[in-house]
Design a protein around this ligand. Structure first.
Ligand code: GLN
Length: 493
């Protein structure tokens, strides 16, 4: 039998349905691969029994001739930001260590309802704050990729770095991610996989540990555009429990996949030609244009004039919302409680939060509290919201001239763990191309484009109109078919 761990979502689902192999065989193969890959530190907890139980349920359904779901028999990794009933949910923080929810997030429940199983909870940057997976309380995640000629452990990107590492290493066929300002797309680009952040509101935020509520969106990470289309279909949908959930039907993205782009216009935003971007990334962007032209699209220049203000605005809005959202972790209701002898309530709050949050999380809380303070609110928060509106308007105007935008996902390839920690600002720059679409709430995807001279993957980003995930997926498919990205990391773990 072919090695089942090389298969993706579609091949597993179809193979199980046809009877080529059982869901239990698939789950067992991935459970073994996960157990064998502890060196990546991609998982905070593994749940092999959950994967097997879900697989057995699918195998019994098939035996009984009952209809199977869109993810039937596919074991996946769940980013540890999604609350999972009975399974520890930490957001990779000490403050939530040992917290076991008694409820299931809407997105994870939808995936289980579609027949997926859970391999475990994936590591991430603490509270999804970071771009390298170095802020987790549970240790760094390593990318399965290495730079040619070097043995240094590389960053899988962040914050969904456990997800990207696991999928690229083929210890999971797919994983959930969340994207507040790039956390699906940047890790996907760093590890040579696909990841799509849908339109804000497509996937319910209910039961997802909140970072910045007006930006947070869940999405799939997998090794092909088709697999992302299938999994996004299973994750998306209206949820009355999330007040910002989109009350719109979920299109059948998989069925409508079509890489013939004749009649479509692809916009190239001139402001994305930024200093500090690797030449290899600029070259792959040029190559991307050629591919999309070859698929029938017309390439047009567009302007997104407020691009350079997007990142600074994001680093005001996101910490502001985070400082408010994270106020709930006070030692009273969840996880850690630090109650020094003879101390009072205020001391308990302070001690719990001092011990429970990592440095990056504290930095965001401080910045957020500052920009929301009475004296500085107008100077920072109100200004940032205005910039956000201008960034969104730039996209609206650009989409009068094109159907989808092509841009790099990141300015550089992955970097060695530990090499970028000196200055938080250089770390924040990782998301310079990702954040504008987040501020505007638009669907955006990263697809693998090529391998650079160091042997590391590079990604290309596609951004679409609100609700038009289909155009993003279709253009992604056109790139996938032409990029023919078959490189795999060599197994060292
Ligand atoms: N890297 C960005 C940050 O640290 C984005 C994180 C995310 O999208 N969750 O805020």
């Amino acid at each position: 039998m072919t090695d089942l761990t090389n298969l993706g979502v579609k091949d597993i689902r179809d193979g199980v349905a046809k009877g080529d192999f059982t869901a239990r065989e698939v789950a067992s193969a991935f459970n073994a691969a996960v157990a064998d890959a502890a060196a990546l530190n991609a998982f905070i907890v593994t749940t092999p029994d959950y994967a097997l139980a879900a697989a057995d349920a699918v195998d019994s359904k098939r035996a009984a001739g009952e209809p199977l779901g869109a993810m039937a028999g596919v074991p996946i990794g769940m980013k540890d930001l999604f609350a999972t009933d009975g399974v520890q949910t930490t957001a990779a923080s000490h403050i939530l260590e040992g917290f076991t929810p008694r409820y299931e997030s809407t997105v994870s429940q939808k995936l289980w309802d579609a027949g997926a199983g859970m391999l475990g909870k994936l590591n991430l940057d603490q509270f999804a704050m970071g771009s390298s997976n170095e802020t987790s309380y549970f240790g760094n995640v390593a990318s399965p990729w290495k730079k040619a000629g070097s043995n240094a452990a590389m960053s899988p990107g962040g914050s969904s770095g456990g997800s990207s590492s696991a999928v690229a290493a083929r210890i999971a066929p797919a994983a959930t991610g969340t994207d507040t300002g790039g956390s699906i797309r940047q890790p996907a680009a760093f590890t040579g996989i696909c990841g799509i952040k849908p339109t804000y509101g497509r996937c319910s935020r209910w039961g997802v540990v909140a970072f910045a509520s007006s930006l947070d969106q869940a999405g799939p990470m997998a090794r092909s555009v088709e697999d992302c289309a299938i999994m996004l279909g299973a994750m998306a949908g209206f949820d009355p429990k999330d007040s910002t959930s989109l009350d719109m039907p979920v299109p059948d993205w998989e069925a409508a996949l079509n890489s013939d782009l004749r009649g479509k216009k692809v916009g190239i935003p001139r402001e994305y030609r930024m200093e500090g971007t690797d030449q290899a990334i600029l070259d792959s962007w040029e190559q991307g244009k050629v591919w999309l032209k070859d698929a029938g699209a017309e390439i047009v220049d567009v302007s997104l004039p407020h691009t350079k203000y997007a990142l600074p605005a994001y680093y005001i809005v996101a910490p502001a919302e985070a400082s408010s959202n994270l106020a709930r972790y006070d030692g009273v209701r969840y996880g850690l409680r630090d109650l020094p002898d003879g101390s009072g309530l205020q001391d308990m709050y302070a001690a719990t939060r001092a011990a429970g949050f990592g440095d990056e999380v504290k930095r965001r809380i401080l910045i957020g509290t500052y920009v929301l303070s009475a004296g500085f609110y107008d100077a920072y928060y109100t200004q940032a919201q205005k910039v956000r509106a201008l960034v969104a308007r730039d996209f609206e105007r650009a989409f009068e001239q094109c159907d989808v935008i092509l841009a790099p996902t990141t300015p550089t390839a992955s970097f060695p763990l530990g090499s970028m920690n000196e200055d938080p600002l250089t770390m924040y720059l990782n998301d310079v191309f990702a954040v504008p679409a987040s501020l505007a709430g638009l669907p955006a995807m990263s697809v693998p484009a090529t391998i650079n001279a160091d042997g590391l993957p590079l990604g290309l980003q596609l951004v679409g109109r609100p609700f038009d995930e289909q155009s993003v997926l279709n253009a992604g498919l056109a790139i996938q078919q032409r990029a023919d990205f078959t490189a795999k990391p060599d197994k060292w773990w």
